[in-house]
Ligand binder design. Structure first.
Ligand SMILES: Cc1cc2nc3c(=O)[nH]c(=O)nc-3n(C[C@H](O)[C@H](O)[C@H](O)COP(=O)(O)OP(=O)(O)OC[C@H]3O[C@@H](n4cnc5c(N)ncnc54)[C@H](O)[C@@H]3O)c2cc1C
Length: 499
């Protein structure tokens, strides 16, 4: 969108308030300020990023949430909108291979965006399994290209707009009405191979056995385009957005919690901080978790988002290791033998699985500055139910963490517990209490078919005409690149509608 000089000066008299310095809130702040608005962003935490924030303790740097960067063109395009150069501001490395999967019998599978490496590994793991791979991958590529253009690339304006003949045809051809897990099983005889090439739906907080086949597109994002690592960690992204927003003139206020929103008729007129300060604004963009924002900030506990299905959550374990494992790749997974049983425990029974899938991130493999020399900032993610499940996080936290460390030691990292300097953890309780995520759900509202596209909560309030949303639980979806795309779409809409 081009902005003329007279539009700039009209914009500069308008004050836009943003609540939340997640990746979506920061992106919106940088772009709105670039377009000439007076922008004030309020964030309750002391640092940028929300779920994507990073912390350094004792010389060990941890990305607290996301660790995989996909779809780099989205970041490049966003930064270019305000004249920034993403590659210069956030230098990155493309990983090769992407990751290694480890099974209880000692077998390993290596997944690489250099496809011949993946095919060799598949063949060694389960002879014959590489045969169906290229076809499966090509279908994933097709699902990605169509979805990117038709479902997330432009703002969905209404049901009628969404249900164009081209979109309806794409829903059928990409497999929106079939199940990912079932198709993976048909394509690959070996259930572990089927699991390895379909579990990526868990990045969206969905079991592959329930997820629409459409979500095989996630396999393409990591195999077709690659997985990237910004030097210094994913935290480099929100830090760069924070700098861009300030450079463009936005005022960013950390440790400033917003406690209430004041409205008059069909408009938001002001915010109140927890300290009692009143801030008037011409428009508001809420990056705080959408169901929480409706419930606690807008005072609408009946809003439908509070009755919608939420994704599960995760237990995160941050481990300072005295000695790194030289053979550990940047990303590895300790995989269960029966992925279906594991998913049923999390997604249906609301409990920590007997045989969990555990993701390991060892960033020193790519960037030694992430930990003191020779040491490792090891990150474990155990998919787990949200606070809707039956886990007593307050009472069982230590036992659950200890069990996860024991499993990793037995299956992948011998002697792990003897190398530990200290351990910290984050559970759905912290997601709820520190980041204000409804039910402690890590990824926001679920992405089943009835909760995407026009069925996902809109990025503008239905009646408050100057109140917008950006982030994981609004359109288009969760994940760093998608919340960024969503923020750009919300800003464009705000600019159009604010005149
Ligand atoms: C464990 C985990 C792993 C993930 N892994 C990946 C990955 O590898 N790759 C990927 O692409 N995505 C990943 N994701 C998803 C990704 O992190 C999220 O989709 C994205 O960061 C969400 O950003 P957001 O802008 O919606 O807001 P959030 O990050 O939720 O930020 C919202 C901000 O609002 C603030 N806030 C809330 N209420 C108030 C208030 N009243 N006043 C002031 N401030 C307030 C919060 O403190 C928070 O900082 C992961 C998520 C988690 C939790």
């Amino acid at each position: 969108m081009r902005v003329t000089r007279s539009e700039m000066s009209a914009a500069s008299s308008k004050h836009i308030a943003i609540v939340g310095a997640g990746v979506a809130g920061l992106t919106a702040a940088a772009l709105l300020a670039h377009r000439g608005f007076r922008v004030s962003l309020f964030e309750k935490q002391s640092l940028p990023g929300g779920r994507a924030a990073a912390m350094t303790w004792d010389g060990f740097t941890f990305d607290l949430g996301p660790t995989l960067l996909f779809m780099p063109d989205v970041y490049r395009d966003a930064f270019a909108r305000w004249g920034g150069d993403f590659d210069r501001e956030v230098p990155m490395l493309r990983l090769r291979p992407n990751y290694r999967l480890n099974y209880a019998d000692g077998k390993q599978l290596v997944i690489s965006s250099f496809l011949s490496e993946t095919m060799r590994s598949l063949e060694a793991f389960a002879p014959g399994s590489s045969r169906g791979f290229l076809r499966y991958f090509a279908d994933a590529a097709d699902a990605y290209q169509r979805s990117r253009r038709l479902f997330v690339g432009e703002r969905i304006r209404s049901f009628a707009h969404f249900l164009s003949p081209e979109r309806i045809a794409a829903l059928f051809s990409t497999g929106a009405f079939r199940r990912l897990g079932a198709q993976a099983s048909r394509s690959f005889g070996d259930p572990r191979v089927a699991g390895a090439l379909s579990f990526q739906s868990m990045y969206l907080g969905m079991s592959p056995f329930d997820a629409p086949l459409l979500y095989r597109l996630l396999l393409f994002t990591e195999l077709g385009e690659g997985i990237f690592f910004p030097f210094g960690g994913i935290g480099a992204l929100p830090r760069a957005l924070d700098r861009a927003a300030r450079r463009n003139g936005a005022q960013l206020r950390y440790e400033s919690e917003i406690a209430a929103i004041e409205r008059h008729g069909k408009r938001v007129v002001a915010l109140r901080t927890a300290g009692g300060e009143r801030i008037e604004c011409d428009a508001l963009l809420l990056n705080a978790d959408l169901p929480y924002a409706y419930d606690r900030l807008l005072g609408e506990p009946e809003h439908r988002s509070l009755r919608m299905r939420h994704t599960p959550s995760a237990l995160l374990v941050y481990v300072a290791l005295e000695e790194r494992y030289e053979d550990l790749l940047h990303h590895e997974f300790v995989m269960p033998d029966d992925l279906r049983a594991t998913c049923n425990d999390i997604f249906r029974r609301g409990r920590i699985p007997e045989d969990p899938a555990i993701y390991l991130c060892a960033p020193s493999a790519s960037d030694p500055s992430m930990a003191p020399p020779g040491k490792e900032a090891l990150y474990l993610l155990v998919p787990a139910p949200s606070l809707e499940g039956v886990v007593d996080w307050a009472g069982e936290r230590e036992a659950i963490v200890a069990r996860a460390l024991r499993i990793v030691e037995e299956r992948r990292l011998p002697g792990l517990r003897s190398r530990i300097r200290w351990v910290r953890s984050r559970t759905p309780l912290e997601f709820q209490n520190e980041l204000f995520l409804d039910r402690g759900s890590a990824f926001g509202l679920s992405h089943d078919l009835l909760q995407i596209g026009p069925m996902r909560p809109d990025n503008r309030h239905a009646t408050l005409e100057n109140c917008y949303f950006a982030g994981a639980s609004t359109r288009p979806a969760t994940g760093l690149p998608l919340v960024m795309l969503g923020a750009l779409q919300s800003v464009d809409r705000l600019c159009e509608e604010l005149g």
